[in-house]
Design a protein around this ligand. Sequence first.
Ligand SMILES: [Zn+2]
Length: 131
Amino acid sequence: MASFTQAQMAQINQVLDQRYQSLLEEVRDELGRAGDQTYMELFGRVTDVGDQSVADALVDMNAAIVDRQIQEIRDIEETRKRMKEASFGVCSDCGGDIEFNRVLAYPTAKRCVRCQQQHEKTYAGEGRPTL
Ligand SMILES: [Zn+2]
């Protein structure tokens, strides 16, 4: 694990929790706007399940209207798991420590700033039309 103190980990956890809660609210809003009572009922059950993955449950619901939120919820769930492992706070590309300030701003980040920039450059290159 990167050299985060318990207090730092608690801060990161808090950021994750806040993001998670606001995502759940967004999902509830979206489903409410879709006016689908079945979704709303399922969603109530989904958020009640405790340890089970909310993202998986939402995918099972086939709630495509909240795809983006599902992706983010999944990222947060994975990050929570990684926080218990040695790989948390370690860049997946270069193996170096990810700065605390970066992790606090983007708890789901898997790369250090330098590798992320490199990754985005590569990714942007792939996305360019080859006509
Ligand atoms: Zn790196």
